[in-house]
Every structure is written in structure tokens, then in C-alpha cells.
Design a protein around this ligand. Structure first.
Ligand SMILES: *[C@@H]1O[C@H](CO)[C@@H](O)[C@H](O)[C@H]1NC(C)=O
Ligand SMILES: *[C@@H]1O[C@H](CO)[C@@H](O)[C@H](O)[C@H]1NC(C)=O
Ligand SMILES: *[C@@H]1O[C@H](CO)[C@@H](O)[C@H](O)[C@H]1NC(C)=O
Ligand SMILES: *[C@@H]1O[C@H](CO)[C@@H](O)[C@H](O)[C@H]1NC(C)=O
Ligand SMILES: *[C@@H]1O[C@H](CO)[C@@H](O)[C@H](O)[C@H]1NC(C)=O
Ligand SMILES: *[C@@H]1O[C@H](CO)[C@@H](O)[C@H](O)[C@H]1NC(C)=O
Length: 428
């Protein structure tokens, strides 16, 4: 109580009030200081992580790697490699998505940045994730992300981390051990070992040859059994420690593409149809052992493509069908008339087949069925008439001699015609 008086504060003002005031002032000061420190520390981190930086998207490629091996993530912004030399004033940094911490972190010995690439050696499964690389100078900032997935080295992981490669049956070809360029500085001493189902290849056999100084494995006379998973291993020494760089390749063996001359085997040269009816004319092409997908097949009307000739769609091309009968290949494309009209009788329809070896066409015309049927009915009959007539005149001529031959022949011919004409009537 005494001290209060000494302070010169009246008894109306209690000590607790002074203390409260003091604490409040201190608190305000403290928060102010915190705020200031936050503003001075944070901007750098925030802009570095996300703010004010143009995000140019994810890189299309995902790196699938094996645990315990070296990984090199190249900044997708520096894909053209010109970045380092052409823009020396830019600063490149790496972050893992979700963390503002720059990579490599302090005391991190497994990671380092070299020529715009982030090295991780050895990679762990926990390193999987999205990595963002930021390129900035005083006035601009751009960033892009790239994806890394690190797998355990197991057979099951093989399917995820394999690069598919295709070779042709019964030929020779080579597999390439992919994504090694980051580790190869002197190609002459590059040595890649190839395995299939854990068996080392190229042990003095003629089938497989690992070409020294290249990432290639030469495969002779490729058979269906050669398909499957291969792994290739390159050894890398870093700070006296040897590391394997393993890549997996899935070999798919495809059949040789065989090309044959297409033969249009249908339609006939004339097609009968009734006006007003629906009509389908299939164009059928025989290819033998030839591959179907290399042959084009289409219809034309008066040398014009069907969709252009019939904008209304009265006449259309149907779906292409590819099929095999007795190991021989065929293609078929139908021409479909919703209704046949008189114009179709004067139009030249053409089926066209084309591949690398040949160009074939077949013309067809539509004839009206009703008027034509008489001719069809009479055609064999008139043939019989002609043949019989021929035989008859021939036998009569044999018995004849003399100068009147031509005239009588004509006469008899006329008579014959009349008699046959009456016969035709009887048949009718
Ligand atoms: C790049 O940025 C880092 C981190 O801010 C800094 O330590 C480094 O000196 C910068 N390099 C250049 C060339 O500006
Ligand atoms: C980073 O992670 C966040 C949250 O998981 C996600 O929304 C974002 O799309 C990621 N960014 C990239 C570039 O993958
Ligand atoms: C930053 O980089 C951009 C694009 O390369 C360039 O146009 C600009 O002049 C650079 N600014 C500085 C300050 O170097
Ligand atoms: C290629 O392999 C097949 C069987 O896979 C065999 O019949 C053929 O003789 C081989 N050809 C050559 C040139 O080795
Ligand atoms: C590298 O691969 C070889 C052959 O597959 C193996 O014998 C060796 O142990 C591997 N070394 C390391 C460090 O994994
Ligand atoms: C095709 O040409 C003929 C005469 O040249 C014509 O009568 C017919 O209408 C034409 N057809 C088409 C579909 O243009």
C-alpha cells in the first residue's frame, strides 16, 4: 500500500489496473513485432513456393524409377537445354509440391542440382511425388511440375516401369535401353548388360548381341517367344560407390505387314433395281494373305465422292467390314440407296480399291428391273434360236450348190425368222 503512494498514484487507481494496462501494451507491441517479422520473412518463401509465378503446367512425362538407384529429374522448362547457356541471369530452384522448402534441403546428401536437373541418389520410395521447378530472374518467374514414382525392385513393378518397344516377326531388330543419356558422358566405354527373365543375354550366342558403346541389344530372327520383359543394367560410379541404373523394356512382336494386290470381286457390271425401292450394292475386295488396314476402299458416283455427290444423303457408303474366310482376307464397303430414282440409271458408279501396290476400279450401272427382265428372259432363247438357225442353214447349205446360194440363204433366213418368231409367241 505504501509503495502505491510512493508511485504517486492515488488510492482510487488500483495496482491491478496498472498491471493490466502494462500487459496490454506489451501484448500489442509483441503482436506488432510478430507481424513485422512475419512480413519480413514470409514474402520470400511465398513467392518462391507459388505466388506471382506463372505455372505452365505438368510435364507429360512421368518418371518411373527403381528404389536404390539414381534418379535425374530434368526441369521441363529447360527441356531445350538452352536455358543454362542462353539465360545465365535466371535462377532455377526445385520444390516438392506441398512444401515450401527448397531442394536439396539443408544436410540433404542424397540430392543435388546439376545443370538444371535434380539428382537423387539413391532414390527412396518416399521420394515419389510431384516436383516443381521454378525459373526466375528479377522481373519474371515461371514454373512447371514433373512427376516421379519410385518403385520397389520387384517383378510385379515391372509392368508399370517398362517401356514398350515393337519389333517385327522373322526380321532382325534392336531394343534400346531408354533414358540413359543423363548418365553417359563418354559413349565409348558405355556398357549395358541385358537380361531376360533374370538370365544374362549375349553370352556368346548368336541370337542376342549387346552392341558396345550403344544402349542397343541386337535381336536376330525375331520369334513369337522373344516377346516379353527385358531389363538392361548400366553401372554408375559416384564417389567411389557403384550404383545400378536399371531400365525395363517390354518387347512386343508384331506380324510382318504383307501387302498384296487387291482384287475387286463384286459387284457385277450391271445391277437390277426397281425405281422407288431400296438398294444395297456391296463392293467386295479379295486380298489373300494381305493386311486389310493398308487398303483403302471407297465408292464414287460420276467420279465424285459419295458424300459430295449426294449431299442430301439419299445414297451413302455403308460401314467398312473386314473379315477372313479360310485364312483369306476380304474387305467390303456397301453403297446404299434409300430409294432408287431415275437419275441413278444414268449415273456411273465406281468402286475404288487402293494400297501401296495397286489402284483398282470397277464400274457398275443400275438398270431398271421391269424393262430389263424381258431382255433377260429372251436372251437365252434368242441364243438357242441363233444356234439352231445356224445349224439348220449350215446343213442346208451343204446340200446346195450353184450361184443362187446367197439369195436363197437370205430367203430361207427370213422364213426361219418368221417361223421362230411364232415359236417364241407360243412359248410366251
Ligand atoms: C538463386 O537463388 C538462391 C536462393 O534464393 C540463391 O541462394 C542463389 O544465390 C541464387 N543464384 C543466382 C545466380 O542468383
Ligand atoms: C500440389 O498438391 C495440391 C494438393 O495436394 C494439388 O491440389 C495440386 O494440384 C498439386 N500441384 C501439382 C502441380 O501437382
Ligand atoms: C528476365 O527474363 C526475361 C525473359 O527471359 C527477360 O525478358 C528479362 O529481360 C529478364 N530480366 C532481367 C532483369 O534480367
Ligand atoms: C528363324 O527362326 C525360325 C523359327 O523361329 C526358323 O525356322 C528359321 O530357320 C530361322 N531363320 C534363320 C535365318 O535363322
Ligand atoms: C547391380 O546389378 C548386378 C547385376 O544385376 C548385381 O549383381 C549387383 O548386386 C547390383 N548392384 C547393386 C549395387 O545393386
Ligand atoms: C451423272 O451424270 C449423268 C450424265 O452425265 C447425269 O444424268 C446424272 O444425274 C449424274 N449423276 C449424279 C449423281 O450427279
Amino acid at each position: 500500500m505504501q509503495s502505491c503512494r510512493l508511485w504517486g498514484v492515488g488510492p482510487e487507481i488500483p495496482t491491478s489496473w496498472v498491471l493490466q494496462k502494462l500487459l496490454r501494451t506489451m501484448y500489442i507491441l509483441y503482436t506488432l513485432m510478430l507481424g513485422v517479422s512475419a512480413f519480413t520473412i514470409q514474402p520470400e518463401e511465398r513467392t518462391a513456393a507459388a505466388g506471382n509465378c506463372r505455372f505452365l503446367g505438368r510435364h507429360f512425362k512421368i518418371d518411373f524409377m527403381v528404389e536404390g538407384e539414381p534418379v535425374v529429374l530434368r526441369c521441363p522448362l529447360a527441356w531445350h537445354r538452352s536455358l543454362d547457356s542462353a539465360r545465365p541471369h535466371v535462377n532455377m530452384t526445385w520444390y516438392k509440391n506441398g512444401s515450401a522448402r527448397m531442394l536439396p534441403g539443408e544436410g540433404e546428401t542424397r540430392m543435388w542440382v546439376q545443370d538444371s536437373a535434380l539428382w537423387i541418389l539413391p532414390a527412396l520410395q518416399g521420394d515419389s511425388g510431384t516436383y516443381i521447378c521454378t525459373v526466375r530472374n528479377a522481373s519474371y518467374c515461371e514454373e512447371m511440375s514433373t512427376e516421379l514414382r519410385v518403385f520397389e525392385k520387384t517383378e510385379a513393378a515391372l509392368t508399370y516401369i517398362s517401356y514398350p518397344q515393337i519389333l517385327t516377326l522373322s526380321t532382325s531388330g534392336s531394343l534400346v535401353c531408354p533414358e540413359l543419356s543423363e548418365f553417359v558422358h563418354d559413349k565409348t566405354d558405355m556398357k549395358v548388360q541385358w537380361y531376360k527373365d533374370s538370365v544374362l543375354l549375349d553370352q556368346g550366342n548368336e541370337k542376342f548381341l549387346s552392341v558396345r558403346g550403344t544402349p542397343r541389344l541386337l535381336v536376330q530372327n525375331i520369334s513369337v517367344e522373344d516377346a516379353g520383359y527385358y531389363s538392361c543394367v548400366m553401372t554408375l560410379t559416384h564417389n567411389g560407390t557403384r550404383f545400378n541404373v536399371t531400365r525395363n523394356v517390354e518387347l512386343r512382336v508384331k506380324k510382318k505387314r504383307e501387302e498384296t494386290v487387291p482384287v475387286i470381286i463384286s459387284p457385277l457390271q450391271t445391277i437390277l433395281a426397281s425405281l422407288g425401292s431400296r438398294l444395297v450394292i456391296p463392293c467386295k475386295v479379295f486380298l489373300g494373305a494381305g493386311t486389310q488396314w493398308t487398303t483403302e476402299l471407297w465408292w464414287m458416283a460420276n467420279d465424285t465422292a459419295i458424300d459430295s455427290a449426294y449431299l442430301g444423303g439419299r445414297v451413302t457408303e455403308g460401314q467398312r467390314q473386314e473379315y477372313s474366310e479360310n485364312n483369306e482376307n476380304y474387305i467390303e464397303v456397301p453403297l446404299i440407296f434409300d430409294t432408287v430414282i431415275r437419275e441413278d440409271l444414268n449415273t456411273d458408279f465406281k468402286c475404288v480399291a487402293r494400297n501401296a501396290l495397286s489402284f483398282q476400279t470397277l464400274h457398275t450401272t443400275v438398270k431398271e428391273a421391269t424393262t430389263f427382265s424381258w431382255e433377260i428372259a429372251l436372251a437365252p432363247l434368242s441364243l438357242v434360236v441363233l444356234v439352231l438357225g445356224g445349224i439348220w442353214t449350215h446343213s442346208r447349205c451343204k446340200h446346195r450348190t450353184g450361184k443362187a446360194y446367197g439369195l436363197t440363204a437370205l430367203k430361207t433366213g427370213h422364213q426361219d425368222f418368221q417361223s421362230y418368231a411364232s415359236k417364241i409367241k407360243e412359248i410366251k
